[in-house]
Ligand binder design. Structure first.
Ligand SMILES: Nc1ncnc2c1ncn2[C@@H]1O[C@H](COP(=O)(O)OP(=O)(O)O)[C@@H](O)[C@H]1O
Ligand SMILES: [Mg+2]
Length: 224
């Protein structure tokens, strides 16, 4: 299937319980429902500890669903977990780059792992898109936080994902850099018709997206 449009997602009555230190069970996600349309950009905000990262892991299939329904569709056809995984991109607060590789190889790696041709050229193009062509042969450790996050964004988009999951991607950046990184993510997602599910504390970032939700007491309320 051509990745021509973003993956849409539908969540119905999702529940997730965790066991806390005392042995007590806590309902972190409680009958949560959510619809995200193809190519829609949504932000999830909420207090620290409210369960945002857990919710994102469940949505991205990184953590297994205990109860509830999660369905993904593309061009009106349902897609399975393995398709989802191959067509997802991730951006995290702690960049998760490989420090021993340079910027180019960090971006090219997901392509090389899948034996995709012209990996270096494609990676180089994406480093150019994020304004880092002059830094492509620098080891990651020599780059600033903002530059590292731009490399992580290039790496997330180089695979042409149909959906991107981002967990506090601007959490470690100063205000100015955060705003640049936020604009880049929105612009690329819009241009590539990529669905964007973003967890953020940054209200200015959240407000730029199509929809905004707040997670509290295990459920989402629609802010915008
Ligand atoms: N597998 C787990 N076992 C126990 N506690 C967990 C587990 N996953 C998350 N938690 C706890 O659940 C709460 C919500 O975590 P998290 O999803 O990281 O929230 P947020 O991203 O909103 O800060 C935290 O108190 C965290 O310690
Ligand atoms: Mg979190």
């Amino acid at each position: 299937m051509q990745n021509s449009s973003g993956i849409a997602l539908n969540v119905t009555e999702l529940n997730h319980q965790i066991t806390i230190n005392s042995g007590e069970t806590l309902s972190l996600i409680n009958k949560l429902s959510l619809n995200v349309a193809s190519a829609e950009q949504i932000a999830i905000t909420g207090a620290s500890g409210s369960g945002k990262s857990t919710l994102l892991s469940l949505l991205a299939g990184l953590e297994s669903v205990q109860q509830g329904q999660l369905t993904f569709t593309q061009n009106g056809q349902s897609v399975d977990q393995s398709y989802l995984r191959q067509n997802s991109g991730f951006v995290f607060q702690q960049f998760h780059l490989l420090p021993e590789l340079d910027a180019l190889n960090n971006v090219a790696l997901p392509l090389k792992l899948r034996a995709i041709k012209h990996a270096d050229e494609k990676a180089s193009q994406w480093l150019d898109n994020v304004g880092l062509s002059h830094r492509k042969n620098q080891p990651i450790s020599k780059l600033s936080g903002g530059e590292q996050q731009r490399v992580a964004i290039a790496r997330a988009f180089v695979n042409k994902p149909s959906i991107i999951f981002a967990d506090e991607p601007t959490g470690n950046l100063d205000e100015q850099t955060a705003s640049e990184v936020a604009s880049l993510m929105c612009r690329f997602a819009r241009h590539n018709q990529t669905t964007l599910v973003l967890v953020t504390h940054n209200l200015a970032f959240a407000q730029q997206l199509d929809s905004q939700y707040c997670l509290a007491h295990g459920a989402l309320s629609h802010v915008k």
